[in-house]
Design a protein around this ligand. Structure first.
Ligand SMILES: [Zn+2]
Length: 82
């Protein structure tokens, strides 16, 4: 289990320093990832304090973001008739 986690971590981009909080409005959890705010918004997540172009996401919202952005990609495929 441990090595799965570490190998996963190596492939993840946008790791951030500790101390940031999740940017999703209503969520104050410790942020785990930093992602382009535009991407987060287009995935349908509400960003409360979008100060700059980066949005910080906690683990839970990062999961949600990944789920939603995957769905969007699928929808794009359908739109393009694939
Ligand atoms: Zn959050």
């Amino acid at each position: 289990m441990y090595y799965v986690l570490t190998s996963l971590r190596r492939t993840i981009v946008g790791r951030i320093d500790k101390g940031e909080n999740c940017s999703v409005s209503g969520c104050g959890s410790e942020a785990d990832r930093s992602i382009s705010a535009d991407k987060v918004k287009s995935a349908g997540l509400k960003i409360g304090n979008a100060v700059d172009k980066r949005a910080y996401l906690c683990k839970e919202h990062y999961k949600e973001y990944k789920k939603k952005s995957k769905k969007d990609k699928l929808i794009d495929k359908w739109r393009h008739g694939m």
